[in-house]
Design a protein around this ligand. Structure first.
Ligand SMILES: Nc1ncnc2c1ncn2[C@@H]1O[C@H](COP(=O)(O)OP(=O)(O)OP(=O)(O)O)[C@@H](O)[C@H]1O
Ligand SMILES: [Mg+2]
Length: 502
């Protein structure tokens, strides 16, 4: 029997960028294929060609051995291909049931009664059946999708795909915004899809997840095939070498530090119902990890310090002096930077070039003491960080929205690294970032700490928190549940504190 999907010799060019060059890719029935590669390697482009979003310049696509033409998303849908994008594709103001049947004319007709009145009951019953097939219960079908957690939104997308009788489901970084327990749940569902004979493509930068769920991995590098491995041969070392083209000896380059004076001190920080009585300090040169489950209030602590949310109580001191920070603008003037978790929405100015985004924060600083700003100085600053973070392509003149997801994140990070700061609040700084750049970012965090910056590192990746922090604070339900020194911290101890077990 021919394989389910076969893509042959796929090429795609965007202006001066060869995003894909004669790439081969295939998925069999009941197979989960991991698609791996560095940021900008071409994963999303390959997926978008399959989805009918981009037209390939060259190549051929076969389904069940027959050549197919995919020119529009409707073509892809008709062929049973469903894509769940990083940015979910739901209509936030409609209910779960409405979303599931949104693009399905036949089924819509089916749930239209004799005289064309929508049979809500029936639509809900069918949606519930689809969800039950996935082992999903407890999702209120009347809820508006915009009010659901990312995990439930994703489940709605999957149910939507099933409603469309999809045979191949492609998930572009589905886990990057999911808490750990939801990742497990998603994996259960992927296993069910596999048992039913569907093909699944799974894109992720987290190698342990890829190993947990995939049967085979295909690696792209610079828009070309870099190799493929059955999962039992896919060690971290082999995958990294395939993705990056070299081995990475040290993912967590941290040198010992001697912390200096206290730079940031927070006392009794409170936003009623969200965070309660948070007190801690960070010294110059110190990296303090902030761990906790998703929803435990880590981001809210950072936002409160940065002046993004109003606080009800609490004192913030900088270098021993009490300060009132009423807005992010004021925070920046005090020398505090914040790399937000949701970078697309909060970190970038779309429509501006990469270079201008990087120098945005620097510009504000320079503008305070000089009115005429030398463009070439800014450009060289931008160029330097684009180079250090391995932004691809390494060009500061491109519009930032033309970069791949992970490269856009690097630009946000570069913006704050380039600014001259006392305190840097990093919220999930390496989420969605490939291994090579991850090591680079860890190196930069270490470097900034050595230059005397006080750094708060929020991360759900425990190996990252453990390896990069001098001390670790753990949050649970809006409160600090405990503090662990670098020596005493282990994954188990962090998780115990985070889940409220003392
Ligand atoms: N619409 C576009 N216009 C111009 N260039 C683009 C466009 N979409 C992608 N590119 C370029 O094509 C290359 C591949 O990007 P793609 O988004 O496929 O990478 P990716 O492997 O998905 O990366 P990531 O892990 O960061 O999501 C990149 O160099 C990117 O800048
Ligand atoms: Mg991508």
């Amino acid at each position: 029997m021919p394989v389910l999907l076969e893509m042959q010799g796929i090429s795609k060019r965007f202006g001066g960028t060869q995003a894909l060059e004669r790439v081969d890719f295939s998925v069999d029935r009941g197979e989960v294929v991991g698609l791996l590669g560095e940021n900008g390697a071409g994963k999303s482009t390959l997926i978008k060609i399959l989805a009918g979003v981009h037209r390939m310049d060259q190549g051929a696509i076969f389904i069940d051995g027959k050549p197919v033409a995919i020119h529009t998303p409707q073509d892809a849908q008709r062929l049973g291909i469903a894509v769940i994008y990083q940015e979910l594709n739901l209509t936030p103001n409609q209910t779960v049931a409405e979303n599931v049947f949104l693009h399905h004319p036949q089924r819509m007709n089916g749930v239209l009664g004799k005289i064309g009145i929508l049979d809500h009951r029936r639509r809900e019953r069918e949606t519930a059946e689809l969800l039950a097939q996935l082992g999903i219960t407890g999702l209120d079908l009347q809820r508006k999708v915009g009010e659901l957690s990312v995990a439930f939104q994703q489940l709605t997308e999957i149910a939507k795909a099933l409603a469309l009788d999809a045979r191949l489901i492609v998930m572009d970084e589905p886990t990057s915004a999911l808490p750990d327990d939801e990742v497990e749940h998603l994996f259960d569902i992927i296993r069910r899809l596999r048992e039913r004979g569907l093909g699944v493509v799974f894109v992720s930068h987290r190698l342990n997840e890829v190993r947990a769920i995939c049967d085979r991995v295909v690696v792209l590098r610079d828009g070309k095939n870099a190799g493929a491995l059955p999962i039992n041969e896919a060690t971290d070392a082999r995958l990294i070498t395939m993705m990056v083209g070299r081995s990475i000896d040290n993912l967590y380059p941290k040198r010992p530090t001697t912390p200096g004076d206290i730079v940031l001190e927070v006392q009794g920080l409170t936003r009623h119902g969200i965070i309660e009585d948070i007190s801690f300090h960070i010294r110059a040169g110190e990296v303090v990890g902030l761990a906790g489950l998703v929803g435990s209030g880590r981001t809210e602590v950072a936002r409160a310090i940065f002046g993004a949310d109003r606080i009800d109580k609490g004192i913030i001191r900088l270098n021993g002096k009490e300060v009132r920070i009423r807005s992010p603008q004021e925070a920046r003037e005090f020398g505090i930077g914040y790399v937000p978790e949701d970078r697309k929405a909060q970190g970038l100015v779309l429509g501006m070039t990469v270079g201008n985004n990087v120098t945005l924060a620097v510009l504000r600083q320079i503008a305070r003491w000089r009115h005429i700003i030398d463009r070439s100085v800014l450009d060289s600053v931008a160029q330097r960080y684009v180079h250090e973070l391995q932004v691809k392509p390494p060009r500061i003149d491109l519009p930032v929205e033309s970069l791949s997801g992970g490269n856009q994140q690097k630009v946000v990070l570069a913006k704050w690294l380039a600014a001259d700061l006392k305190v840097l609040l990093l919220d999930e700084p390496t989420r969605g970032i490939d291994v090579g750049a991850k090591a680079e970012i860890h190196g930069l965090i270490d470097e900034l700490a050595h230059r005397g910056m006080a750094i708060l590192l929020i991360s759900s990746e425990l190996p990252e928190v453990l390896a990069m922090s001098d001390r670790i604070l753990v949050m649970c339900e809006g409160r600090l549940a405990g503090e662990l020194s670098r020596e005493e911290a282990t994954q188990e101890r962090i998780l115990a504190l985070a889940s409220g077990k003392k």
